[in-house]
Design a protein around this ligand. Sequence first.
Ligand code: NAP
Length: 328
Amino acid sequence: MEYRALVTSEENNTFVNSIEKVKLSSLPEHNTLIKVKFSSLNYKDALSASGNKGVSRNYPHTPGIDAAGIIEETTGSEFKKGEEVIVTGYDLGMNTSGGFGEYIRVPDDWIVKKPQNLSLSESMAFGTAGLTAGLCLRKLLNHGLKPEHGDVFVTGVTGGVGIISLMLLSKLGFEVTAITGKMDQENLLKSLGAKKIIDRNEFDLELISPLQKPLYAGGIDAVGGKILSNLICSTSQRAAIACCGMVGGLSLDTSIFPFILRGLSLFGVDSAESLLETKEEVWENFSTSWKLNNIDDNIKNISLEELPNEISNILKGNQIGRVRVLHD
Ligand SMILES: NC(=O)c1ccc[n+]([C@@H]2O[C@H](COP(=O)([O-])OP(=O)(O)OC[C@H]3O[C@@H](n4cnc5c(N)ncnc54)[C@H](OP(=O)(O)O)[C@@H]3O)[C@@H](O)[C@H]2O)c1
């Protein structure tokens, strides 16, 4: 039996993406086969689809770190044929054939049962970007951050992680400052709950002082680099920041002062390797107390054929909101 997939291949030191028919027997020997109905596009997928060996070592390869679908067959006792499930992260789409194919075969301990009050399609409006936003939020709430503590920020706010972070924080009553390179998206950001919008150039500067005006009680950072370095210095007493991304740079220029003079906590989030029970908790929250009724509003739905174009778009930093891949 064959199925359709986006396949990234290496040709003369360049990487090309094409839609191909792939043999089901070529999938790895894990115990559960899932018919993928939806996937979503993340920055990491674009890295895998463009030959980044830090993400995917061997090609040809099918990227896609996210998949939502139906159990087709299983040799385990955890799941039943026909059950609706979500898989994000671990090795999916990295070196295990991923959600940009119509089928995946994965171990049971990568699989989350879809919560009742969330559709498969909605789950891939969140995808890993949304899960990461949820994991960042969970860190901040577990730290004790509350809306009355003051304003919070979100960086990379028009991207996948950023836009869902903004929506979640706003839903929970936080006053959110959206920090963006796309000031023309003001209307969209305000409609999603942003109270203030700031051009990221204001923070994309060499550090001038290790402690700056205390502006934020916390925030979610998806960009790293100089922007995060400056925000670390701009927090109020006992603030908390959750960071997860690096589109703005890998290095961090900081000092011990925000930590020992203002009691700042800086949390890192690694969504892919989070414990399955932590992922389950966040997915459950997405279907209950963190339910976003507007999650489908800023979604671009695309087919497999449209993926190569969207991959180059996300690599250029032009992404606005989420991209969901439909397999039917
Ligand atoms: N740790 C984890 O578990 C985890 C999980 C998912 C994603 N991530 C990482 O989080 C980051 C964001 O992922 P995503 O899926 O949201 O990506 P995305 O959809 O491409 O969004 C990234 C956003 O960052 C901003 N940006 C782009 N280039 C920038 C630059 N040079 N300097 C500063 N900001 C820039 C842009 O927003 P504005 O124009 O609004 O500023 C862009 O929309 C990536 O680094 C990704 O690898 C990490």
